[in-house]
Design a protein around this ligand. Structure first.
Ligand SMILES: Cc1cc2nc3c(=O)[nH]c(=O)nc-3n(C[C@H](O)[C@H](O)[C@H](O)COP(=O)(O)OP(=O)(O)OC[C@H]3O[C@@H](n4cnc5c(N)ncnc54)[C@H](O)[C@@H]3O)c2cc1C
Ligand code: SF4
Ligand code: SF4
Length: 421
């Protein structure tokens, strides 16, 4: 008689509601998540059930599990082809696949015993990113409108916010929700569902965009919000490509209707308590959530309700002309926000990246990092994340502080937030 089939709880991603935001792939400490042009998938032979990917997933699509015989684990090819998840197998079906009743019980016990496993010795910036919000964050609404029932918003503005004719054309787009509920907080994002279908004839999946306006509207008191969109004209390897959602968004006209899902995000949120400091580190469209937080504090200050707390901004771009919102940023009072720009391709200037700025301003940063009321936000290109966290580590270490213990507090107290894409 054959031995009963060994069972395991296979970790799967629901392709129907996943918005392909890459957060899980960036978070997984053992590289168990990958994707093709259609689906994000989990490698059964690599996943150790550490659950690190579950809290950051904005849609909950990562939190899916199917008991299966190990010998019949869903392959990557099968997962790539799915439009929705396969059904949960009943005990009778598991028995028919060669399991016995005790194998089912053992598998359940194993699932309960699976524990966190982290890679040792390898620096991974994601290890320091918080998955919890600051203690004084306002409570966010999330997933009010899912991919199966997007909400329609009307475009009420679409302007380019960096200099025309430069690379990385970036637009500031304002969407109005009329009387439909779409309450948001600074640091949250929305999903845009582009019209049409992909190469396989399936509806395009939603793309995620950070909200660039404060909680009470791009236009104060209106049910609207703004996003900052870079027109993607080449892929990450520099090959020409017409990004589906970003080109659609950049070409929208006032009065057009757009399908929106969300809001998403429950940890990249700003602190609201008096004297809380915010350090913002960004590149390109990573400035969107920073604009939202800055504008909220600027409105509080205007209304006389702002109770102190420093704002420090480190903003990187290739050139000044490419940098979104350069003009409006220049107009902010110096006693309100401490702005530091880094340009990496400005003619006749030495290349500077945000990491260089962090090191240059180390004395001020260390004073802020020592203060438990300081919250740090990093947003922009994926490629900046590791360099920024390494620079923070250097700044801390050179000041004679212990990075591992400070880094761990930053994470646990919701004080270091990483959102890169
Ligand atoms: C949490 C989160 C927040 C985001 N916030 C913003 C935001 O505020 N503003 C914004 O513009 N984008 C933002 N993005 C990226 C956005 O979701 C889209 O990925 C981006 O607009 C490209 O979508 P697309 O449909 O135009 O390109 P696709 O058709 O999806 O991709 C076309 C090709 O371009 C490559 N590509 C994708 N994104 C980029 C990029 N940014 N630069 C260069 N090549 C790229 C792809 O790998 C692919 O090869 C965010 C992403 C995440 C996960
Ligand atoms: S559970 Fe852990 S190992 Fe598995 S995919 Fe998620 S983060 Fe990776
Ligand atoms: S929505 Fe969740 S499962 Fe999908 S890519 Fe983002 S984090 Fe991963």
């Amino acid at each position: 008689m054959n031995a009963p089939a060994e069972l395991f709880n296979q970790h799967l991603i629901d392709p129907e509601i996943c918005i392909r935001c890459n957060t899980c792939e960036a978070t997984c400490p053992v590289g168990a998540i990958t994707h093709d042009s259609r689906n994000y998938v989990v490698m059964a032979d690599k996943c150790n059930f550490c659950m690190a990917c579950v809290p950051p997933c904005p849609t909950g699509s990562i939190d899916n599990w199917r008991m299966r015989p190990k010998s019949a684990a869903y392959s990557l090819e099968e997962q790539y082809a799915w439009d929705d998840l396969p059904p949960v197998l009943t005990d009778a079906e598991l028995l028919a696949m060669g399991a016995d009743a005790s194998a089912v019980a053992t598998a359940v016990a194993e699932v309960n015993a699976q524990s966190t496993t982290r890679q040792n010795g390898v620096f991974n910036s994601a290890d320091y990113g918080a998955t919890v919000p600051p203690w004084s964050a306002a409570h966010p609404y999330t997933n009010l409108h899912g991919p199966k029932a997007p909400i329609s918003a009307t475009v009420v503005g679409n302007v380019q916010v960096n200099e025309a004719g430069t690379a990385n054309e970036t637009h500031h787009i304002v969407l109005d929700f009329g009387h439909m509920p779409f309450p948001v907080l600074e640091g949250q994002s929305i999903g845009i569902v582009p019209p049409g279908v992909d190469a396989q004839g399936k509806p395009h999946h939603a793309r995620q965009y950070s909200i660039a306006s404060p909680r009470n509207g791009e236009r104060l008191g209106y049910n609207n919000l703004s996003i900052t969109v870079k027109r993607v004209v080449e892929d990450h390897d520099g090959q020409p490509v017409k990004g589906v959602a970003s080109n659609y968004l950049c070409e929208l006209q006032t009065g057009d209707a757009v399908q929106v899902i969300g809001p998403f995000g429950s940890s990249f949120l700003m602190p609201n308590h008096p004297k809380s400091h915010i350090v913002m580190i960004c590149t390109g469209t990573g400035s969107a959530p920073m604009r939202a937080m800055t504008e909220w504090r600027r409105r509080l200050r205007q209304s006389g309700k702002f109770e102190g707390g420093k704002l420090m901004l480190f903003f990187g771009a290739r050139t000044q002309k490419e940098l979104p919102y350069f003009g409006p940023l220049q107009k902010l009072p110096k006693d309100f926000i401490d702005i530091n720009f880094a340009f990496s391709r400005e003619a006749a200037q030495t290349k500077r990246y945000v990491q260089d700025l962090l090191r240059e301003r180390s004395a001020d940063l260390v004073a802020l990092l020592k203060d438990p009321n300081t919250y740090i936000y990093v947003c922009g290109l994926k490629s900046m994340e590791e360099g920024v966290v390494l620079a923070l580590r250097d700044v801390v270490t050179q000041a004679g502080l212990n990075w591992e213990s400070l880094g761990s507090s930053l994470k646990q107290e919701g004080r270091l937030h990483l959102e890169t894409y």
